[in-house]
Design a protein around this ligand. Structure first.
Ligand code: MFK
Length: 191
């Protein structure tokens, strides 16, 4: 693991937000057109995440023919996306909006088309705006062998990060959508 992914000595253990979804509760898509979790992306991952215990989440992703790199095998970048999306969902448990700063991925087993990838992610430490986390993707069942894993550093941002940087067409459409505004506000009310 790179030094950037090693929490400093003064980092704190993560604290589950009191209003975090209950363990087992589906988290839903944070954005309908998200390539990782949105229902509006025909070739997307359609990853479905649920709240876990503590500051953790679980998720499943079914590899389809849309996700191939080599014949009949998942593309490594798609698998990294599945890990990234699962790690991103940890924001629901902390009730902060955070974006990926660094994602370090190990590919241990090839993942065939048709596989259900069972993902699990947890926050390991927090230091200021920096959120340290780790994720695994298992095949053959939730207790199966680890095919992919990642360590990550997410950085907390405000909603303005998206408003200031996103293409205006999509930002305006998102802000006109009451469901999207509700999801964003859920994160902004943070003690
Ligand atoms: C509603 C829920 C939304 C959830 C979305 C989840 C979707 C899935 C996750 C994603 O894929 S997000 C999309 C991919 N990521 C990005 O587009 C992020 C692009 N990068 C940035 O916008 C900025 O670089 C970033 C916001 C991450 C940081 O810029 P800032 O100017 O806000 O912070 P700064 O550079 O001062 O860094 C803050 C701290 O983080 C550290 N840091 C930032 N980037 C780092 C990096 N890459 N590696 C190591 N450390 C990093 C930095 O050293 C510093 O540490 P210290 O506080 O100790 O000084």
């Amino acid at each position: 693991m790179s030094t950037a992914l090693t929490p400093p000595a003064e980092a704190r253990p993560p604290v589950r937000h009191p209003d975090a979804p209950a363990p087992g509760e589906p988290l839903g898509a944070h954005y309908a057109y998200c390539f990782g979790c949105g229902g509006g992306q025909p070739h997307g991952l359609h990853l479905e995440a649920r709240a876990g215990e503590g500051v953790s989440v679980t998720a499943e992703f079914t590899v389809t023919t849309d996700h191939q790199g080599a014949p009949g095998l998942a593309h490594g970048g798609v698998l990294a996306t599945a890990l990234d999306e699962t790690l991103g969902a940890l924001g629901w448990m902390l009730r902060v909006i955070a974006v990926t700063g660094r994602l370090e991925t190990d590919f241990r087993l090839p993942v065939p088309v048709g596989t259900v990838l069972h993902l699990q992610a947890e926050v390991t430490a927090v230091h200021g705006r920096k959120i340290y986390s780790t994720a695994t993707g298992r095949i053959g069942g939730p207790e199966g062998p680890v095919a992919v894993r990642a360590d990550a550093l997410f950085v907390e941002v405000k909603v303005d990060h998206f408003i200031d940087n996103g293409r205006p067409e999509e930002i305006q459409a998102a802000m006109a959508d009451p469901d999207q505004v509700r999801r964003a506000r859920a994160f902004e009310v943070n003690p």
